[in-house]
Design a binder for this molecule. Structure first.
Ligand code: FES
Ligand code: FE2
Length: 453
């Protein structure tokens, strides 16, 4: 078995330079209430936002509520099986109509005075309608206020501004790169939200650089080579990073024996870890063939994936607040949401996906189905949303996975430090190029008409 390819050295490819000069990344971006308020009027209405998993609005009447800052937006599946999106604000006196995160109803009834709307936003019931001037409210003129809505990557996205490019154009490079992983066909196994004592961009920035990985995620040096990661900077502020996996951090001496993670992977795909003693750097090169050979009996089909997709890890940050990490058998979607009034707090959502072993794959390839874990084939119902506080992670009552838990331990101290009179602005290194690109595009969106971007 030959090597996949020579590992590339660290690289940054610019596909869409921001239309502004490099911006100073000042503390006030994270700490000032005026920034939070400007974002609410100049950023969020212009961009496409990830609002719901498509699977959660599959049936007529199903809805998902996205609370973002002071705004609340509903995505629904109409009685005609179309997607719809509207503000969660009753046309009578403004009350929020839907107060649960998600659900399914034939009609959406405002709890305050009982005005009732169809899942497409049309007003259908006004109690005591004859009491309103002119003989009653003309229901055809008081639908809920609509937003643009579109789906991509198994996710539903919404946008308020008619001048913003269509979703397939806005998100084009990410759609191209993430589609092969078909996250929409994976099983959702986790739906979590943690409340964090930091600005929503502080946690998003944390997932736009690898510079901190060697310092707070020591386990990654046995899995990935972060120093040689390839970075992509896309138009509209999106970014991506591809990290070589099934290898070791190239800044460290080469181990003589496979480590715990490598042994687990080799054994799962039918190789003997002892064969790699003294040649651990061959593991990455051999892994695609091992996976393709063993995949069908395990219930996984790797035929459509490239060697790199079978060994490495790809992460994409969709501007302004959504991160997608995809591998053939699992994926994560995370999202930062601003607090309604306080720049020092935010919500961090995490959806966790896994590809369940599928007996049909073995059948198709004419081999016996032998899943690596027979329990992994049991059906999984959609997990309930779990909402908790950063203290729950810090004190060990909850986990979002070891890596995110490690980030959560530090991120509140980053926010606290940015309030100091001793800190004015960030000083970034090459490994933090994505943060600069992101903030330059943030300024561009907030200073320009969306039609110019
Ligand atoms: S505010 Fe909704 S019915 Fe009155
Ligand atoms: Fe991290």
């Amino acid at each position: 078995m030959g090597p996949v390819s020579a590992p590339p050295s660290s690289s940054v490819t610019v596909h869409g330079a921001p239309p502004v000069a490099p911006q100073a990344i000042t503390a006030e971006r994270y700490t000032a209430k005026s920034w939070l308020e400007r974002e609410s009027s100049e950023l969020w209405p212009k961009v496409w936002q990830f609002a719901a998993l498509e699977r959660d609005v599959a049936e007529p009447g199903q809805y998902v509520v996205l609370n973002i800052g002071r705004e609340s937006i509903v995505v629904s599946r109409t009685q005609d099986a179309e997607l719809a999106a509207f503000y969660n604000a009753c046309q009578h006196r403004g009350a929020r109509i839907l107060v649960n995160d998600r659900g399914c109803e034939k009609s959406y009834t405002c709890p305050y005075h009982g005005w009732s709307y169809r899942p497409d936003g049309r007003l259908v019931v006004v109690p005591e309608n004859q009491q309103f001037p002119g003989g009653g409210v003309d229901r055809s003129k008081h639908s809920l206020k609509q937003l643009r809505v579109a789906s991509a990557l198994g996710m539903v996205w919404v946008c308020e501004d008619p001048a913003t490019p269509p979703l397939e154009e806005y998100l084009a490079p990410l759609i191209e790169r993430v589609s092969p992983f078909n996250i929409g066909s994976m099983t959702l196994v986790g739906d979590q939200t943690v409340t964090l004592n930091c600005n929503w961009k502080a946690v998003f920035d944390n997932f736009q650089e690898l510079y901190h990985v060697e310092h707070i995620h020591p386990q990654h040096q046995e899995l990935f080579d972060c120093p040689t990661a390839s970075v992509d900077l896309f138009a509209h502020g999106h970014t991506g990073v591809s990290i070589i996996g099934h290898t070791l951090n190239s800044r460290l001496p080469i181990a003589s024996e496979p480590n715990f993670y490598q042994i687990r992977q080799l054994e799962m795909f039918g190789a003997n870890p002892k064969d790699y003693e003294g040649r651990v750097m061959d593991i990455r090169g051999d892994m695609p063939a091992l996976r393709r050979a063993a995949g069908p009996r395990l219930g996984w089909d790797y035929d459509a994936f490239t060697d790199e997709q079978l060994t490495d890890i790809e992460q994409y940050n969709a501007f302004p607040n959504t991160m997608i990490t995809a591998q053939p058998d699992d994926a994560l979607i995370t999202r930062a949401r601003p607090h309604p009034t306080d720049p020092n707090w935010c919500y961090w959502d995490k959806f966790t996906f896994r590809r369940q072993p599928d007996p049909e794959v073995a059948k198709r390839h004419g081999v016996a189905f032998e899943p690596h874990d027979p329990k992994a084939t049991l059906p999984i119902s959609r997990p309930e949303h779990d909402d908790f506080d950063q203290e729950d992670i810090i004190e060990g009552r909850k986990t979002m996975g070891i890596t995110i838990d490690q980030d959560v331990h530090y991120i509140r101290d980053v926010q606290a430090g940015m309030h100091s009179r001793g800190f004015q602005q960030a000083l970034l290194c090459d490994e933090e190029a994505r943060i600069q690109h992101y903030h330059d595009w943030l300024s561009a969106w907030m200073g320009n008409a969306s039609s110019d971007l």
